[in-house]
Design a protein around this ligand. Structure first.
Ligand SMILES: Nc1ncnc2c1ncn2[C@@H]1O[C@H](COP(=O)(O)OP(=O)(O)OP(=O)(O)O)[C@@H](O)[C@H]1O
Length: 739
């Protein structure tokens, strides 16, 4: 009764579910062990024919009572086992609820929402494998045939021993040997077929899971990538997906093989001697219970180990990918210490895992050996009493060994499954994560003038909801107009561009293009009309040509007539001042840029990024101070390309340089998330406000060394100081050098 009382109490109190479930599990285990001992004693006494301490112990009535008691005990055991299974599940749920609270990648509220709609991991994995049902069915049938062979081998071994020694029969002996050879061969062939088919299934599942995960990642909003470390994501994509597919298929293979093997062996065992079989059976519930409890515990450990490993990978990746910064700040020791700390946590968890595994091995090694001793003792007595042949006893012992092997394998499968499910939980959590961004629209209007408006826009980054970056800002860029955004660092200029690009949604207000919300347009269509040249160009490890055409290839779903031709690419490169250096490279436009464009200089990368924007023939250009990270020579050629670009487009440019700003049709001074001033360079410079202060401050800092106006390659490029008040006062200010 006690466990059931606990069940009721715990069911009413979710917060303490795990604690109650653990207590219930402990009590159930004790009750189960007592029952096991009683049953063992009753069965031994019944089978060995010793004196029975039982009511009505003499004659048939006593025997009926005794077997009745054994049956009742068996039923009790099964009930107990089922209850223990339910308890383990409750215990697991309690643990996962607790763990999720502290460990989730995605925050408490999201976890709760996700918990409500998430299907169970196993169901999702089954759905992933559904396509391979025929393959897996075939593999299973081959496995069943192999298991039948495995079960026949001990049987024929026993027959051969009887024919050769106990009851000599040469003809029967040779015939049985032949059958044994055929069965062994058939068993080997079917085992091979089963293994091969499962391996194919494993690879197919791996590809499917990886594709789904990558697809899900590609759909996530930008805020997700700011909040989640890249190392964690790549760990999910590489290590966890491999663990899931490999472990699940491998263990499905081993598990099904062991189950069918156990079922076949049991049939043959009962055929050989039902008395001996009952004895062997006593141990089965014990092994199942131990593996179940162990599996639940191991699963939690495996999940925690995966997390620690992902953390360690992130820390290492962060340091290794920024080695120059680490070296420049002499931060090698702190990077090593941070990595060491992650590994220390990982090691502690691995120790726990090793301890759990050790305890499990002790139990699973001892229990089968105990069964062997009991079986031999009782089987020997049966042979002595002529109730069984010696060959049958040998067969039986081989069956017991086979059954032990099957259960051992099942236990291993269980723990490995637990590890795979731990990894699968995280992978599926990501696959099922719904992006926090509403679906983009499908609008593709026949004409697009490129009028850009922000109407009373307020915005905070999701990672810092309490810090308002834009505060009711309104602005407008008319078709063909060049509008420059200037202002103090952190004022919100780049955030405006991010909203126009729809990387984030405003908290209130609207971002409009031609009077319609940016979210209403088909994103693929819009990205050809609104192009961005960012501060730091990002190139990919592919040819220069493919970098320029990035996002416009047939693989991106672009109709073949819209894919830029070689002439389009060259034209864009010429406009971006990039054609000459590209042509000078050994393989021209087919030269590989290397990882993140490592084989190109900053200026060359930026010019390829400009060509990438120009090849789209955009209506609106968003420029985020594309020259600020360049040296003076590179800056001059890039600036010339930018000037050329600006002449023919609607442009919103974030500019720190007076050269860019002065040529703009209108200047907006953005400060503290609002438009502080608006006008032309001349009007603002004379107005005596924030803009003129910025200009004056920069001029006074650079007057002694700066050449204030330089014409480069005949363009209107003017090298004037930067408008960023945070720029160092004594920075070199030779031609085009950022301050
Ligand atoms: N991904 C982000 N998550 C949270 N806060 C951010 C993020 N990006 C920028 N911010 C914050 O938003 C504010 C505005 O940043 P923004 O980059 O728009 O300014 P900016 O005017 O372009 O500055 P700068 O001229 O230095 O580039 C800053 O306080 C910045 O710390």
């Amino acid at each position: 009764m006690l466990p059931f009382c606990f069940l009721r109490v715990a069911g009413q109190n979710r917060r303490h579910r795990r604690r109650y479930a653990s207590a219930r599990l402990a009590i159930s285990s004790i009750v189960y062990l007592c029952q096991l001992l009683c049953l063992a004693k009753a069965v031994l006494v019944a089978l060995l024919g010793e004196e029975i301490v039982w009511p009505g112990r003499h004659g048939d009535v006593g025997l009926v009572f005794m077997y009745g008691a054994i049956c009742a005990s068996l039923i009790g055991l099964l009930t107990q086992l089922l209850s223990a299974t339910a308890l383990v599940t409750a215990w697991e749920e309690g643990r996962s609820e607790e763990g999720e609270e502290s460990q989730s990648l995605l925050g408490k509220t999201e976890d709760r929402e996700r918990g409500q709609r998430r299907k169970s991991t196993v169901a999702v994995l089954l759905a992933f494998s559904a396509q391979d049902t025929p393959l897996l069915l075939l593999a299973f049938l081959a496995g069943a045939a192999a298991a039948l062979g495995q079960a026949l081998i001990p049987y024929y071994t026993g027959v051969i021993i009887d024919c050769a020694s106990i009851d000599p029969d040469a003809k029967e002996f040779q015939w049985t040997c032949l059958k044994l050879v055929v069965v062994s061969l058939g068993c080997a062939v079917f085992t091979g077929i089963r293994g091969g088919l499962f391996t194919i299934g494993m690879t197919r599942l791996n590809v499917r899971i990886r594709t789904s995960l990558f697809d899900a990642l590609m759909r996530q909003e930008i805020a997700f990538f700011s909040a989640t470390r890249t190392g964690e994501i790549t760990s999910r994509l590489s290590a966890d997906t491999t663990t899931v597919s490999d472990q699940i298929c491998l263990n499905l293979n081993v598990g099904l093989r062991s189950l069918t093997q156990a079922a076949m062996v049991l049939v043959f065992m009962f055929r050989a001697s039902w008395r001996l079989s009952v004895i062997t059976f006593i141990i089965i519930p014990a092994i199942i219970l131990i593996t179940k409890v162990y599996g639940a515990y191991y699963r939690q450990l495996a999940k925690a180990v995966q997390k620690e490993l992902a953390d360690a990978n992130s820390v290492a990746e962060e340091a290794l990918s920024s080695m120059t910064t680490v070296r420049a700040h002499a931060a090698e020791n702190s990077a090593t210490a941070a990595y060491g700390e992650c590994l220390r946590k990982f090691y502690t968890l691995q120790l726990k895992e090793a301890l759990a595994y050790g305890s499990y091995m002790i139990c699973t090694t001892f229990l089968p050996n105990a069964v062997n001793v009991v079986t031999l003792y009782y089987g020997g007595n049966l042979v002595l009493d002529d109730m069984m042949s010696a060959g049958a006893l040998v067969s039986f012992m081989l069956y017991v060994a086979s059954l032990n092997g099957a259960f051992q394998a099942l236990g291993d499968v269980f723990s490995a499954f637990a590890a795979a499910l731990g990894a699968a939980d995280k992978v599926i959590e990501l696959i099922q994560r719904e992006p926090k961004m509403p679906d983009a629209g499908s609008l593709q209007p026949p004409s697009f003038s490129g009028r850009l408006e922000l109407q009373d826009v307020s915005f905070s980054y999701p990672s810092r909801p309490n810090s308002r970056v834009l505060d009711g800002i309104s602005l407008r860029v008319n078709p063909g107009e060049v509008v420059a955004l200037v202002g103090p660092s952190g004022g919100g200029k780049t955030s405006i561009v991010k909203l126009v690009e729809r990387f984030y949604l405003p908290d209130s207000g609207a971002v409009l293009l031609d009077g319609r919300d940016v979210g209403l347009y088909d994103p693929r269509w819009l990205k050809r009309r609104v192009a961005l040249v960012a501060q730091e160009p990002v190139l990919f490890a592919r040819s220069v040509r493919r970098n320029i055409c990035y996002g416009l290839e047939a693989e991106d779903g672009v109709p073949s007539q819209d894919v830029p031709s070689a002439a389009d690419v060259e034209r864009a490169a010429r406009l971006a001042n990039a054609h000459d250096f590209i042509s000078a490279m050994p393989q021209g436009y087919d030269t590989d840029c290397g990882e993140k464009g490592v084989s190109l200089s900053g200026g060359q990368k930026q010019r390829i990024a400009i060509a990438r924007a120009l090849v789209r023939n955009p209506t609106v250009l968003l420029l985020d101070e594309a020259t600020s990270a360049l040296d003076s020579d590179s800056e001059a050629v890039v600036q010339e390309a930018l000037d050329r670009m600006m002449r023919n487009h609607t442009v919103l440019v974030i500019a720190h340089r007076l050269s860019t700003v002065a040529g703009a049709d209108r200047i907006l001074v953005i400060s503290a998330g609002a438009v502080a001033e608006e006008g032309t360079h001349e009007s603002l410079a004379e107005a005596g406000g924030l803009y003129s202060a910025l200009v004056r401050r920069q001029f006074s800092k650079t007057a002694s060394s700066a050449s204030l106006a330089t014409t480069v390659h005949g363009s209107s490029y003017t090298s004037l100081p930067a408008l960023n008040p945070l720029a160092p006062a004594n920075a070199p200010s030779s031609q085009g050098t950022p301050l």
